[in-house]
Design a protein around this ligand. Sequence first.
Ligand SMILES: Cc1ncc(COP(=O)(O)O)c(C=O)c1O
Length: 385
Amino acid sequence: MANHWEEVQKKLDSIREKQLFRETKLYQGIDFCSNDYMGLATNSRMMDFFQSKKGIYPFGSTASRLVRGNTHKMDQFESEFASFVEGEAALLVSTGFTANFGLLDSIASPDCFVFTDRLNHASILDGIRISSAQKKYYNHLDLNHLRTLLEKANLDDPGHKKKRIVVTETLFSMDGDSPDLKILLKLKNEFGFVLVLDEAHAFGIYGPSGKGLVFRDLTLSEIFSIDYRVYTLGKSLGLEGGIIVTKKIGRDHLVNVMRSFIFSTAPLPIISELASFALSLLGSMDKERDELLSLANELKKSLKQNEFSITESTSHIVPLLLETEKEALYYANHLQTIGLDVRAIRPPTVSTPRLRISLNAKLKLSDIQVLVKELIRVREKWNSL
Ligand SMILES: Cc1ncc(COP(=O)(O)O)c(C=O)c1O
């Protein structure tokens, strides 16, 4: 039998050789990489609110929500969140990963087709995998390709014995782009599939009061026809947690079958207190949202003018594409050394190496100018090696 630790060492050596070794570093410098898009993780009003809630007790939730871990505030936050995004009901879980993973596992099964954008988040892909459903990848954002696959499924399974599920992120965090939601809803009308949308990176920034991309791009009746919407508290809300918005019976179903909900300790009680307050702040941050989006436009314009290669980003996430893993690490290390916190993203997270520059509401135009200036400088250094 092979020695386990030798195997582990070999794997790590191979990861290192490919410049793919990862380590947990402490953060420092100006934030160009987190998902704290609205700056709520360090917002002073959030901090004051937190101080005022010091008496919250117990610290831990002590059990699963189905045992002793549920609190009045969790129930209340779910109702507030559902009504904020015009949903019937919501289910709070410990992370966005738990939400996607558990949801897909709960609604998909081996006799079911799940159509997924090729670049969907690991939590979605793993949920499909664990459900043993028949996974059908469509090319990134390519809804014509999705249509072709749906038509083929109709030919292969004319009686619609098998359930069809389509799942996509509304804003892809490693590319900064989005599917055409109008077309997606038209396809749903035509083919009658169950639709799951993950608003993790869009919530808080897009749509009125930051309610998400579906509110920017769809009518209310189209929104009502979406079966499941997944959100995370870990990004624009500056906290930690996941939330699934669906019909009341959809929530009842998940409460009864979703293993990552049933068999896991409930989120900390303080989380729903803070989340509720964060939600109330988010509604009045239109100015911050406008400024964030105009900063993103400035950055994209400036990077293009300086002949950097970026993705077709339509958002505040601006990935800068580089040739090799080594180059991406070189750029990121240089920028970090001078106080600009930019991270290299490499396979297998993405297929090609890049710097994932994500902007947040606390940044100023002068920060963007410094970043571009330093990117030009590091490119010169790299080219002269
Ligand atoms: C699209 C998407 N969905 C879900 C998640 C998981 O959310 P969480 O970080 O709350 O576990 C992520 C995390 O980055 C994500 O990018």
